[in-house]
Design a protein around this ligand. Structure first.
Ligand code: 13P
Length: 256
């Protein structure tokens, strides 16, 4: 299966800084058939970067989007407006769920809106530290997965990417808080089984499954060799060009 390295820049970089960064990245990257590299800048940078980007090397993702096509939604940007600018949309990121109160209903509508606008949803799921501690991970992941995908047909599910991001492992500064490959492998296996129950084994096995949570050049190799994992969603380390490029190079080696 193809693999993916996605850089989520969150609310970082001015438009000018985004452009300079993308130029640097583009100069160092060689197109690779088996690996898709995606970056996800702020809304304001997406349109200018879409004119600058070499789509053979890199693709763009939105960090969020409004599921309505047009209308009186002050401050919002819709997937219809993003169509042609981005190829991917990060949907249901834990920061959107927690800080912007996005519900499974909003997330489901966003997945549907992205799909009808030819944007590939990257649906994020992940449990909090408390849910992790109390052994509720599978229940939470099942609810988020089925909640986000309930309107996605068997035909459309092949256009969806799932990202597992345990909230307790995001932006952690201590190794003790890193998710271990075994822990990730268990949850990834559970996600795959849940998808299989809904969409059948043949379809489920083709759905790319990414891992995100404090990924850096030191741990990327270990995460990329987890059997069910097909790529990485990188936050902090994607803001440092050299680190992001190192992670991409590691992914290429794992692919070969
Ligand atoms: P960090 O890599 O900074 O932990 O962020 C992960 C993330 O939230 C990517 O979407």
């Amino acid at each position: 299966m193809k693999s993916y390295i996605v850089g989520n820049w969150k609310m970082n970089f001015s438009v000018g800084e985004s452009s300079v960064y993308l130029h640097k990245l583009s100069q160092k990257l060689r197109a690779s058939r088996g690996l898709t590299v995606v970056v996800s800048p702020s809304f304001v940078a997406l349109q200018p970067l879409s004119l600058q980007i070499d789509r053979k090397k890199l693709r763009l993702a939105a960090q969020a989007g409004n599921p309505h096509d047009f209308g009186a939604y002050t401050g919002a940007v819709s997937y219809t407006q993003l169509r042609g600018i981005v190829d991917y949309g990060i949907i249901g990121h834990s920061e959107r769920r927690q800080l912007f109160h996005e519900s499974d209903k909003d997330i489901r509508a966003s997945v549907a809106a992205a799909l009808r606008n030819q944007i590939t949803p990257i649906l994020c799921v992940g449990e909090t530290e408390t849910e992790h501690t109390f052994g509720e991970t599978e229940d939470v992941i099942r609810d988020q997965l089925l909640g986000g995908l309930s309107e996605v047909s068997t035909e459309d599910i092949s256009k969806v990417i799932i990202a597992y991001e345990p909230i307790w492992a995001i932006s952690t500064t201590t190794d003790a808080h890193l998710a271990s490959p075994d822990e990730i492998g268990d949850v990834a296996g559970f996600i795959r089984r849940t998808l299989k129950d809904t969409y059948g084994a043949a379809t489920a096995k083709e759905i790319p499954l990414l891992y995100g949570g404090s990924v850096n050049p030191s741990n990327a190799g270990g995460y990329l060799t987890i059997p069910e994992i097909n790529g990485l969603l990188v936050g902090g380390a994607s803001l440092i060009a050299d680190q992001f490029i190192d992670i991409i190079e590691i992914a290429k080696k794992v692919q070969d």
